[in-house]
Design a binder for this molecule. Structure first.
Ligand SMILES: [Zn+2]
Ligand SMILES: [Zn+2]
Length: 221
């Protein structure tokens, strides 16, 4: 599975959306035929008119998929999409506009620093779970150098760090990350459910994963 698909799968999971491979790619949900690039009107895949989401290459495939289970999924997809769009409107979910700096939308500098630290911690956990990658804490090493590298990358990217970020703030952020009295400490491992509980926000893992993806410049794998 490529990283975009995996990311979409995790996103679907965060939103309690039944994952469908057509979530990102224009392929028939039944026979997996891909829509050709620059498709003509006849070659364009058909969209299920109820959920406005699932794609098919033909009526036959649509009918077969309906019987195979889309009948149930269709309603779920439609309501999950509705919930997602409403969350975007309430600005609970980061809009995908490239000029929006997510961390600028966090009310305090401390909270923004903690979310940046947690984006790192969740990513290390994700890399361990999905990629069998053992780095930092998971490699039984001092996690600081790996986190330091993460901050270097964040500083190189445009549109990641908030306006107030500078050398002094970076030092402060590093201190918070190393302080074992702070919940967001890189010396402790976390899982997705810990994040949801701590922030009391079921969408928080998704927000942090998007942030880490921007910083590493790649999804998982
Ligand atoms: Zn088909
Ligand atoms: Zn449908």
């Amino acid at each position: 599975m490529d990283s975009d698909l995996l990311f979409a799968k995790m996103l679907a999971e965060d939103l309690d959306l039944p994952f469908d491979s057509t979530f990102l790619e224009p392929i028939c949900a039944h026979c997996e035929r891909r829509e050709p690039e620059n498709a003509t009107k006849e070659q364009k895949l058909l969209k299920c008119s109820r959920c406005q989401d699932t794609l098919y290459c033909s009526r036959e495939c649509q009918l077969a998929d309906w019987k195979r289970g889309h009948k149930v999924k269709c309603k779920l997809i439609a309501s999950a999409n509705k919930a997602f769009n409403e969350a975007v409107q309430r600005e609970e979910v980061m809009p995908s506009s490239p000029d929006t700096v997510y961390l600028d939308s966090i009310p305090t500098e401390e909270e923004a620093m903690d979310q940046l630290i947690d984006a790192y911690r969740l990513r290390v956990e994700d890399d361990y779970v999905y990629n069998a990658e053992n780095r930092g804490l998971y490699g039984l090493q001092d996690p600081y150098p790996d986190f330091y590298h993460f901050l270097n990358l964040a500083e190189k990217r445009t549109g990641v760090l908030p306006k107030w970020w500078n050398k002094t703030k970076r030092k402060e952020c590093e201190r918070r990350a190393l302080n074992e009295d702070n919940w967001c400490c890189i010396a402790f491992a976390i899982e997705k459910s810990d994040i949801q509980e701590h922030y009391k926000d079921s969408l928080m893992p998704m927000k942090l994963r998007m942030l880490a993806q921007k910083i590493y410049g790649r999804g998982l794998m």
